[in-house]
Design a protein around this ligand. Sequence first.
Ligand code: PMV
Length: 319
Amino acid sequence: MKKVVVSAPGKLHLSGEHAVVYGEPAVLASISKRLYVTLEGVNSQDTAETSWDKIKNDSEYAAKIVRLFKKSHPIDLSRVKCKIASDIPAGAGLGSSAALAVALIAALSQWIGLPWDVARINELAYKAEQFQHGNPSGGDNTVVTYGGILWYRKELDFLKTFWLLSIKIPRSFPVFLLVNTGRAETTKELVEYVAKLQKKNRPVFALLLAEMENITRTMVRAIHDENEAALLSAIQKNQQLLERMGVVSVATKELLNKIESLGGAAKISGAGGRKVGSGVIWIASRHKQTITDLLKNYQFLPFEVQLGGEGVRREQIVL
Ligand code: PMV
């Protein structure tokens, strides 16, 4: 029986989120949590329809992605069942929606026998992300497609540049923990919030962007030079800039202050969140147990990920 299984990783914004929407650079890394799309031929039409109905119910976005794909590639899915499985926490700033767009488009492309062309998959995934998020930078879908640690910049809507950095996270660095604080807003809402801030005071916002660019450079240099102190300071400064952009909730700020007082450095990663939580927090600390105990008080369970692994990948193809 015909079968296609494709996976794509989630991502972590190391620096430059939000600023990247305005043409500043961002550094993003793929993470070792992945989303899997399985397409399989069926004998009975019922099973296929049920699986697509379930997908439509579970994820409106998946249905939109399929519609978008169908616009450029006629495909008959009446005898194809689809399953989506993911270990990327959803709506947390870890790229779950980009992973869905990239993996689903890649799987559908393989199903109809298109050549494995990651640039094309990425471009179509960007269109899907535009559909979902309004004005995305395209950084998420690009790092999810290519994997690794990426220097990304959207110069113009039709000119997006990126550089796969040859740096690795040094073994000598402190442990990195991620924790999902949840969030009430969508990426679109948070990007729109920042856009209003820009319109209110363009000169101040321009300064913020310049500072963010500086920190993004500093962070890459710190990783390249294996300079732990510089990395920790860049994480903290990045966090301060995101707070000035207004995308960090009061509760998250308090938590981050506590982490800092325990000798760690931490920042939100991705769009953030203003009302309750602020999505995922990236923590660098030499005191893993102390931080874990602190987070337990908030009913948060931290987890570790490897950064910079493979991007979109064919897991199984039976044609
Ligand atoms: O929270 P996420 O994973 O949706 O990340 C969004 C990153 C932003 O820079 C805020 C938006 C973008 O399109 O780059």
